[in-house]
Design a protein around this ligand. Structure first.
Ligand SMILES: Nc1ncnc2c1ncn2[C@@H]1O[C@H](COP(=O)(O)OP(=O)(O)OP(=O)(O)O)[C@@H](O)[C@H]1O
Length: 265
């Protein structure tokens, strides 16, 4: 039930097996397995430094693992030639922890960066598409010509999301998307992620410390501890899991507050 490996007949978007990541003597992951089901929002949790971001970076090819395999949509990423890797790369979008917008480009120009890299469309079409993406993430049209430093934190996150969605990915990677947002903006961002997943049939890999986000939008939650994915399940399933970190995370003061908020909703 709480296994990180799904049954053979499951529709799996990301399959990780035996992953090992290390920096010098520091081993971050060892023998890590994880299946992400197509169409789900999977929350990735774990204490600080357990390697959530490193796992994401390994999956999207920014961190070369020391061992193990990673398959995305059935393709072993280590086996692909440059052209096939580029084709696969087009199928995901990423919102990094700090938004990672180019500060010297406007929001619309930021959204056009992946379009220029992968699509090579005429300028007028890219401008039109960028306007559409800006609207899709709930930003007003006036946000398009603004620079990132002219936006609030919440608007910058939305701009980053618009760029992540620029070329219609099937997979969306989000690294702590609600960090630094006030609770109302964070809840609105959660709603937006769920609406977009539903409307665009996305698979969402979501790293978060935000218990409210886990309760509000995640179909399953994967817990990283002891260099592995320790357990994957719904929150009620994880509440039955006997591990000190899992217990204190979900049933400590913050976990209980999020749980009672969910029950009251
Ligand atoms: N490029 C790198 N070189 C050396 N060490 C690294 C590198 N990237 C990450 N690490 C180390 O790997 C460990 C895991 O980092 P990671 O950022 O994945 O943690 P995390 O679980 O996402 O943490 P947090 O919840 O605090 O964001 C940390 O000890 C970090 O210092």
């Amino acid at each position: 039930m709480l296994s990180p490996i799904l049954p053979d007949d499951a529709d799996v978007a990301i399959r990780v097996r035996g992953l090992r990541n290390a920096f010098g003597d520091q081993v971050i992951h060892d023998g890590l397995d994880l299946d992400v089901r197509a169409g789900e929002i999977i929350g990735i949790v774990g204490g600080s430094g357990t390697g959530k971001s490193v796992l994401m970076r390994a999956i999207i090819g920014l961190q070369r693992p020391a061992a193990g395999t990673i398959e995305i949509f059935g393709e072993d990423v280590a086996e692909l030639d440059a052209a096939a890797a580029r084709d696969l790369r087009r199928r995901w979008g990423v919102l990094f922890q700090d938004g990672a917008l180019f500060s010297s480009l406007t929001v619309a120009e930021n959204v056009e960066v992946p379009m220029r890299e992968f699509l090579g469309l005429p300028e007028a079409i890219m401008d039109e598409l960028a306007g559409y993406k800006v609207a899709m993430v709930g930003l007003p049209p006036e946000a398009g010509p603004k620079f990132p430093n002219e936006l609030s934190g919440g608007m910058r996150k939305r701009a980053g999301l618009a760029r992540a969605l620029a070329i219609d990915p099937q997979l969306l990677f989000l690294d702590e998307p609600t960090a630094g947002l006030d609770p109302i903006s964070a809840a609105a961002f959660d709603d937006l992620i769920r609406e977009l997943r539903d409307a665009l049939a996305l698979t969402v890999f979501l790293i978060t410390h935000d218990l409210d986000t886990l309760h509000a939008i995640c179909d399953r939650v994967a817990v990283i501890a002891d260099r592995k994915v320790l357990a994957v399940g719904t929150i009620p399933e994880l509440l039955t899991f006997d591990h000190p970190w899992v217990k204190s995370y979900f049933t400590g003061p913050r976990g209980r507050a999020a749980l009672s908020g969910k029950q009251a909703a």
